[in-house]
Design a protein around this ligand. Sequence first.
Ligand code: GMT
Length: 372
Amino acid sequence: MRIGITCYPSHGGSGVVATELGKLLAERGHDIHFITYDMPFRLGKFMQNIRYHGVEANRYAVFKYPPYDLALASRMAQVAKTYELDLLHVHYAVPHAIAAVLAKQMVGEHLKVVTTLHGTDITVLGEDPSLRDVICFGINKSDAVTAVSQSLVKQTYELFCSDRPIDCIYNFVDTRIYYPRDVAHICEKYGAPHEKILLHISNFRPVKRPLDVIEVFYKVQQEIPARLLLVGEGPELPKVIQKVEDLGLTDRVIFLGKQDEVAALISLADLLLLPSEKESFGLVALEAMACGVPTVASNAGGIPEVVEHEVTGFLADPGDTDSMSRFAIRLLRDERLYQSFSEAGLARVREKFCGLKIVEQYEQIYYRLLEK
Ligand code: GMT
């Protein structure tokens, strides 16, 4: 098949999933065309059947806002015509689904549109009156819609009262990249051998509750020698830095900023913290599981579909940092429990979230549409 993929190319779960899916589809012989405003950061090495088409919005002086959505729709249509695409698979509803529907109108009915909902495009933006109707339009006019967890499927139905079918296709990890790596040689950079390493990776937006990460860590390090690695940047970061200082944790917390390759960093950690307010899936918890690292998280949204409570990690209500720290301490102190969580996580990844199985589910949807 000839497939156009549009996503946010910057750091973020939806862009990662879209890029990894494109790479796997290319490995299976499909022609993949990324249509994005920048090269997706995970695209990596050159592959003959992957092309990149940039999107540039005109900044003409009359425009208060450069018309990116229209430029995207126009580029999608252009690429679809030139390369005779069979379908556009867009990740994140706003504005990608709407731009794709517009492109389809320019190109013709034969161009199919698949929209994958990732979370905040529904749970946050879907509640914004300025976007609600247009998101609903994008969902209803797509030829197929998928969501990354059952929880997100349910929330989409509730918010939009839509009766169009939405398939749940879980996110996945490439286990050739995410596996328990031997990182002994870099461990000493981040902590002494007797110290446990806790890790948080996010975009530091309020929905991730990064201040709770610091609270949990504060309680853990009172009981167990530990360090905290923080990966990513975002609006809450200044508050996080302040809290780290206020609690006297400066020499225990390491800020690593944005990182492109996190597999080795994850393998370095003993525990991942993900105390989010909202989370449709929690890709980073899956990546951690694939590296044999258990997670202590909130039970928000789709997280319980990824992290099995008391089997591969522990879950508590968002904001309940007392329970989260108690769970973390219990897990870090009990070697046998830790080992069983780590092994159960690896098995769960193989069983439910392996790339090959997931890519086949997307292919089934594509073939179903093209046969129609
Ligand atoms: O977490 C974010 O704010 C980024 C967002 C994105 O678009 O990258 O993440 C969403 O999509 C990821 C990939 O499907 C999911 O793993 C995240 O759970 C989801 N984030 C939220 O629902 C808050």
